[in-house]
Design a protein around this ligand. Structure first.
Ligand code: NAD
Length: 489
């Protein structure tokens, strides 16, 4: 069955190109999918434009739009097993993690399903009994939704659910490496009764299938999650037609551990913070900042346990984390570690591909790695590895911890570990970061905003702000007694 969805029709690419999708854990062929080019994307944009300008969706009552999202949530639960399996085959991540992801995706659809009709706008007191004023929220229009490969369906849901709740139409372009759950989601939208042309799906490489999304005059908004270099390029291109832009980019996230932290929990969570999904998490706590007096004991224990982490494929029940997404990404992580070592970082564990396990031979695996004695001016501290690599820096006191944590172009996420709540609060208030955990790492809920400060991007996903991204406020002033003012004679 063809996999591009344009104007309510499933079809193949105009030039009939296809792409092989291989599982990163063992190289097996998952499927061959259609590969769109720029011409397919231009057609998808036209379909979304027509559906917005002429179709019913933008003016469907918000409560009905919400009801459709709630139906999709039920369908996601119905198909959970198949979707989780597809996500694991595309990404190589453990099945159990994909199952969590589908539950999170469902929660996102439920949240925006309920929020869709919650806010009908504002009535404003004009101070004039013969004039009334109100602000209503209208959809932005045609939205380009561009998503990455690390949490393919989750990142898609964070965009698709609020975009539909607000009444937009869209063209979705998932990562070319992980298309299957996006295809499945679009089928569920169709099954739930979404009108033709509202959801359009193009699969393919960024520079080809994705390129028209940022410069086409019929696209009103680009919402992008991905790397900083692509984000900068898209923002520059979108400036040509003054599109609304929302960017969710990378992070270099500090995990700050004070000497008074609960040792057991802080060690346990330092590992989870960075090695979950082999570090391919935008909010990964890849930068351990540890108080000088605690450094040796803490890092020794982190290193000991990092060496015990079991790698494996999606369906290996003994595995604790999986492969990297591609050979190219594995090469990038290797180059990142090599640069850190050349700059003087101390390799405490990992730093290589695993050897001796035939089950791992055909996958893109990299051992959990700890680089100690790093300094803020090293490339490994300033750049994102997006792999299973923990860098360690020492700090002397609270002010030093805050200074180091903020010494980065990024500001996505981070954590503070201390039993002194007043100190936690002081530190949190000084960090230029979008999500901060106190004595925890990674949890989030769809009700709370997600997004970055500084070059981690702008705009927010999730929460009420995540819906507002896809809305244009319109001010309507009505004079109930129009008479000449006589300003000019
Ligand atoms: P990427 O920038 O390479 O690709 C992201 C998407 O952009 C893909 O769909 C890709 O095909 C598309 N793309 C690439 N070039 C394009 C172009 N010229 N025009 C249009 N589309 C184009 O990123 P990636 O490697 O897929 O994802 C990893 C990055 O994503 C990491 O930096 C990570 O930190 C970031 N990320 C951020 C968040 C967040 O919430 N802030 C979440 C997940 C991932």
């Amino acid at each position: 069955m063809p996999e591009l969805f344009i104007g309510g029709t499933w079809r193949s690419a105009l030039d009939e190109r296809t792409r092989e999708i291989h599982c990163p854990a063992d190289g097996t062929l998952v499927a061959v999918v259609d590969e769109a080019g720029g011409k397919d994307t231009v057609e998808a944009i036209a379909a979304a434009r027509r559906a917005f300008d002429e179709g019913p969706w933008p003016t469907v009552p918000a409560a009905e739009r919400g009801a459709l999202l709630l139906r999709v949530a039920d369908l996601l639960q119905r198909d959970k097993e198949a979707m989780a399996r597809a996500e694991s085959l595309d990404t190589g991540k453990r099945l159990v993690e994909s199952v969590y992801d589908i539950d999170d995706v469902t929660a996102c659809f439920r949240y925006y399903g309920r929020l869709a009709a919650a806010d009908a706008g504002r009535v404003i007191d004009t101070g004039n009994p013969e004039a009334d004023s109100r602000v209503v929220y209208e959809p932005v229009g045609v939205c380009a939704l561009i998503t990455p490969w690390n949490y393919p369906l989750l990142q898609t849901a964070w965009k698709v659910a609020p975009a539909l709740a607000a009444g937009n139409t869209f063209v979705l372009k998932p990562s070319e490496l992980t298309p299957h759950t996006a295809i499945h989601l679009v089928r569920l939208l169709e099954e739930a009764g979404l009108p033709a042309g509202v959801a359009n799906l193009v699969l393919g490489a960024g520079p080809e299938a994705g390129a028209p999304l940022a410069d086409h005059p019929d696209v009103d908004m680009v919402s992008f999650t991905g790397g900083i270099h692509t984000g900068r390029r898209l923002m520059a291109t979108a400036a040509g037609t003054v599109k609304k832009v929302a960017l969710e980019l990378g992070g270099k996230n500090p995990n700050i551990v004070f000497a008074d932290a609960d040792f057991e929990t802080a060690v346990d969570m330092a590992l989870t913070a960075v090695f979950l999904h082999s570090g391919q998490v935008c909010s990964a706590g890849a930068r351990l900042l540890v108080e000088d007096s605690l450094h040796d004991r803490f890092v020794d224990e982190v290193v000991r346990r990092a060496q015990l982490i079991r790698l494996g494929g999606p369906f290996d029940e003994n595995a604790q984390t999986g492969a990297l997404i591609s050979a190219q990404h594995l090469g990038k992580v290797e180059a990142y570690v090599a640069a850190g070592l050349a700059e003087g970082a101390v390799l405490r564990c990992g730093g290589a591909r695993p050897t001796g396990d035939p089950a791992l031979e055909n996958g893109f695996f990299y051992l959990p790695t700890v680089l100690d004695e790093c300094r803020a001016d090293m490339s490994v501290i300033q750049e994102e590895s997006f792999g299973p690599v923990l860098t360690v820096e020492r700090f002397t006191d609270e002010a030093d911890a805050v200074r180091l944590a903020n010494d980065t172009i990024y500001g996505l996420a981070g954590a503070v570990w201390t039993t002194d709540q007043a100190r936690a609060q002081r530190v949190v208030s000084k960090l230029r970061i979008g999500t901060i955990w106190i004595n925890d790492y990674h949890p989030y809920v769809p009700q709370a905003e997600w997004g970055g400060f500084k070059q981690s991007g702008f705009g927010r996903e999730l929460g009420p702000t995540g819906l507002a991204e896809y809305q244009e406020p319109k001010h309507i002033w009505r004079n109930t007694n129009p008479v000449p003012q006589g300003w000019f004679s």
